[in-house]
Write a protein that binds this ligand. Structure first.
Ligand SMILES: Cc1cc2nc3c(=O)[nH]c(=O)nc-3n(C[C@H](O)[C@H](O)[C@H](O)COP(=O)(O)OP(=O)(O)OC[C@H]3O[C@@H](n4cnc5c(N)ncnc54)[C@H](O)[C@@H]3O)c2cc1C
Length: 139
């Protein structure tokens, strides 16, 4: 069984941000992601102020990635519409773009990202993952 200092299952925002932070701290994590390339996910791509600030803290400027500022909300039902200013600054950015950039940043900081590798089972007691290709990797 392969062993690594830090093992991350999944390359969504949570996994990619964790990989980025660990790599930044010198932990050289390995991240396992089943998709072979950046992909669209079912998500509105809405970034609230807290998410924008959190991403900024880990070095990701969402506006530099092409995020569009969002300042108001609009509800439309037939011919009726209602609008209101948002009480905070927000932004819209596709998850495809955000996830790809987070993962690339993690790689640039030293994380190893293994794409196209599906996890079949998580074994928390042994701190390892069983992979669909029959492999086993432990953290
Ligand atoms: C309809 C909808 C709209 C949403 N809109 C918004 C929004 O506008 N703004 C917002 O902030 N949040 C939104 N969310 C919530 C947001 O999508 C989640 O909070 C976010 O995706 C969670 O990130 P994550 O990294 O934990 O998981 P995920 O984004 O689910 O990432 C998990 C990753 O793990 C990989 N993976 C899964 N299984 C395996 C496996 N067996 N082996 C290997 N890899 C695997 C996947 O391919 C994926 O890349 C929305 C959610 C839904 C359902």
């Amino acid at each position: 069984m392969r062993r690594t200092a830090a093992l991350i299952a999944g390359g969504g925002p949570a996994g990619a941000a964790t990989a980025l932070l660990l790599a930044h701290g010198g932990a050289m994590p390995v991240l396992i992601e089943r998709q072979t390339e950046p992909h669209d996910v079912v998500c509105g791509g809405f970034l609230a102020a807290g998410a924008i600030a959190m991403l900024a803290r880990i070095g990701i400027n969402v506006f530099a990635l092409g995020a569009h500022p969002i300042g108001c909300t609009r509800i439309i039902a037939g011919r009726r519409r209602a609008e209101a200013e948002l009480p905070f600054a927000a932004a819209g950015l596709s998850r495809n773009r955000l996830d790809a950039c987070l993962l690339q940043e993690a790689i640039d900081k030293g994380a190893a990202v293994e794409r196209g590798v599906a996890i079949r089972r998580v074994d928390p007691a042994a701190r390892c993952l069983d992979l669909a290709d029959g492999g086993r990797i432990g953290g």
